[in-house]
Design a protein around this ligand. Structure first.
Ligand SMILES: [Zn+2]
Length: 234
């Protein structure tokens, strides 16, 4: 499986600061803060085993600091049942109801709300064709093709994964775009094909997801470094 998460250090500081304002004496939780592709503007917070998991709509990525401060205050006040400062609530409301923001929200809701049927044929790339070509090029055509499908949603936390129970390779739909180079999609599929070839084994009590042989074969992919750079820059 390939995935990644991003934590914005500036955001963590904003949340720590907002926490201190609300609860000056209680020790702060760890913060795990990410932007998330909700279908509309939405922000959530949950406390799990000492970690506050915060998900902020990616529509608010790039919002002014005062807006992010307001969000931090509102979420933490809700979590700890403290009164929400009216000025903060007003700041947030004003921003999301601004004309520019509501236009963006409207567009994104239309795009993300649309139901998508899982299928190997995307708008740009056909995963079955990519699988077959890679199979010929790197596996002597020996791998049986599993179900190939683009994810239903635009998941960012999982770029691709192989599901052995359903014999399915799922690639995140965010890569089915003309701006995504073919080698990046090929690399994601190639990585999952290696999972197909090297089933997850237990070594002692540890799950060995990418054994040495897996990693060695991954290096045979010629655009490996380019593909990794592209994925990192997403
Ligand atoms: Zn993997």
């Amino acid at each position: 499986m390939l995935g990644y998460s991003s934590v914005n250090p500036g955001l963590t500081e904003i949340f720590e600061h907002a926490y201190r304002e609300l609860r000056p004496r209680a020790p702060a939780p760890e913060f795990d803060i990410r932007f998330f592709r909700f279908a509309s503007v939405n922000n959530t917070i949950r406390l799990r085993q000492g970690t506050a998991r915060v998900r902020i709509s990616d529509l608010l990525e790039g919002a002014p600091v005062s807006v992010l401060e307001a969000i931090a205050h509102i979420l933490l006040a809700k979590l700890y049942r403290k009164p929400i400062a009216p000025a903060r609530a007003a700041r947030y409301r004003k921003y999301i109801s601004s004309r520019r923001m509501s236009a963006r929200t409207h567009l994104v809701r239309q795009m993300r709300g649309r139901k998508q049927v899982a299928s190997p044929q995307g708008r740009v790339y056909d995963l079955e064709t990519i699988f077959d070509q890679l199979n010929t090029r790197y596996f002597h055509g020996l791998l049986g093709r599993p179900q190939m499908t683009w994810s239903r949603d635009h998941a960012r936390n999982s770029l691709g994964h192989y599901d052995p129970a359903h014999n399915t390779i799922v690639i995140s739909r965010i890569f089915d775009r003309p701006s995504v180079p073919r080698y990046a999609v090929e690399y994601l599929v190639y990585h999952e094909m290696l999972h197909l070839k090297h089933p997850v084994r237990l070594r002692g009590s540890r799950r060995c997801v990418h054994p040495r042989q897996f990693q060695a074969e991954e290096k045979l992919f010629p655009e490996l470094e380019q593909a990794r750079r592209f994925l990192k820059a997403l």
